[in-house]
Design a protein around this ligand. Structure first.
Ligand code: HEM
Length: 131
């Protein structure tokens, strides 16, 4: 019972992080705010909180899985997608690249979220998805 509750909390945080990423990203790319207002600040803090919870819950789920004989290669590939997601997310948010490249990074980040989701659902590394 406890484990399922943590797993559903982890899943809820995964959707929350995507919603916050898309909202904050579109705001920065479309509105191009020059200053960080109080609303933007509170969404930023909300996003940090959600991400910390998502990762802590994920690590807890991993400790439970690690105590079984189940193969864990899929978790490794999910973490690689996570590192790439964070990296392209940073470039989508910061105005260091020209706008079209920032849009590309934004789209790649959303694609990487989908790859993480698919990996979590199938529980096999991506090279085994198609048999
Ligand atoms: C530190 C990072 C993470 C770790 C260690 C981790 C670990 C895990 C583990 C071990 C499970 C298996 C739970 C189970 O089915 O019993 C799981 C499930 C899941 N994870 Fe993560 N996760 C992490 C980050 C993420 C992220 C960033 C996403 C965003 C897409 C995500 C989405 C999911 C989903 C949707 C499930 C449930 C899949 C299902 O229905 O069975 N996880 N995670």
């Amino acid at each position: 019972m406890g484990y399922l509750m943590f797993k559903h909390a982890h899943m809820a945080m995964a959707f929350a992080t995507l919603a916050l990423f898309v909202g904050r990203g579109l705001h920065r790319l479309v509105m191009e705010p020059q200053t960080v207002g109080p609303v933007q600040k509170s969404f930023n803090y909300m996003s940090y909180g959600v991400d910390i919870l998502l990762l802590v819950l994920g690590l807890y789920l991993l400790t439970v899985w690690a105590a079984t004989d189940a193969p864990l290669m899929w978790v490794g590939t999910k973490l690689i997608f996570l590192v790439l997601y964070i990296a392209v997310g940073v470039f989508a948010f910061r105005p260091v690249l020209p706008k079209p490249y920032r849009w590309l990074c934004f789209s790649l980040a959303v694609l990487l979220w989908v790859l993480m989701y698919k990996t979590a659902k199938l529980k096999v590394p991506f090279w085994q998805w198609f048999g």
